[in-house]
Design a binder for this molecule. Structure first.
Ligand code: SER
Length: 319
């Protein structure tokens, strides 16, 4: 039995991860949410939900005690572009929030997963096949909180024995909850627009490569790493993982295989473009493959086929 608290359960990752965890484990899988982002539909109907504001340590501790939580998925964060607009809030959620989670985990003996990101890398990081252990010098608040979060999570493991583990997610693509405010969001929006209007105005320049992953693989990674044999883990916070790397031209050409008249035009957003250029073109995820058997299922073509058919069925109405 496993009792899990998901903080940020109604967000981009949480809304799918919470349901996936409920399918796999028969303990309490508690959907933590904040006022204004209440769970609805399947998320509300399939298990308990509690208000958990990550900036309120006592609230986290109360829910952890109430359900005898043993694992916390800390998914609260502002994505990269939004964090540049609200850097103080991004720090409060990303760092003060993480500190609260780690303190509760230390006191109540919980394992903790806090996603990291390709955002930990910066302009001086090797761009191609970016290694696991390399320069992390981001110039975004999102990246700063993710690097500091990796270090703090490792500190809690080494100093207090808290079972902290994490992955560096690339851009995540899904037809369920929209991301909102990320640099990689274009790779989600492009599918919605392909289905809705057959035309996409792209904020990222042609030739800009970034790592990406389809959500089912991301969910699998988040669960698999927490189930991994700890004696095999040389790294903890956080593993490079990737499934594919493409630029806007490549994803557009792939969509054209299924929607032949699809067109793309470029109106580059300077903020997002600068962030995208500071991130790797492609990650080397050998350590994750070796230490806990990480292996993605979806490549670009499989993802495109699935995204387009799901969005066509739902009429591309979510976004
Ligand atoms: N998808 C995130 C963003 O674009 C990166 O982790 O901000």
């Amino acid at each position: 039995m496993k009792n899990v608290l998901i903080i940020g359960s109604t967000g981009q990752i949480g809304s799918e991860l919470t349901i996936e965890l409920r399918k796999r484990y028969n303990g309490h899988i508690v959907a933590g949410y904040i006022t204004g982002a209440e769970p609805k539909g399947e998320l509300l109907e399939t298990g308990p939900a509690e208000i958990v504001d990550i900036t309120d340590k006592e609230q986290i501790a109360g829910v952890v005690s109430k359900y005898r939580i043993d694992t916390i998925y800390n998914l609260a964060a502002l994505l990269s572009a939004v964090a540049e607009a609200k850097p103080q809030l991004a720090w409060k959620i990303g760092m003060e929030g993480l500190f609260n989670v780690l303190e509760v985990a230390r006191e109540k003996n919980c394992a903790v997963f806090t996603p990291s990101s390709i955002g930990v890398f910066g302009n001086n990081t090797p761009k191609d096949k970016t290694p696991q252990d390399t320069i992390r010098n981001p110039r975004t608040m999102y990246g700063v909180t993710k690097v500091a979060g990796e270090l703090l999570s490792d500190y809690y493991h080494i100093r207090f024995g808290v079972d902290t583990r994490s992955v560096r997610f690339p851009g995540l693509i899904s037809y369920v909850a929209p991301p909102g405010g990320g640099t990689t969001d274009y790779a989600v929006d492009i599918y919605y627009e392909a289905v809705k209007s057959g035309h996409f105005i792209c904020p990222i320049a042609a030739g800009t490569f970034m790592d990406m992953m389809y959500m089912p693989d991301a969910l699998h990674a988040a669960i698999q790493i927490m189930e991994a044999d700890p004696s095999q883990l040389v790294h903890r916070n956080a593993f490079n993982i990737t499934a594919m790397s493409f630029d806007p031209e490549i994803i557009a050409a792939n969509i054209r295989k299924y929607i032949p008249g699809f067109t793309i035009e470029y109106r580059v957003d300077p903020l997002r473009q600068a962030i995208a250029e500071s991130w790797p073109n492609s990650l080397d995820d050998t350590c994750a493959r070796n230490e806990w058997d990480w292996k993605p299922v979806y490549d670009l073509d499989m993802m495109t086929k699935d995204m387009l058919s799901k969005l066509q069925k739902q009429g591309a109405v979510n976004r």
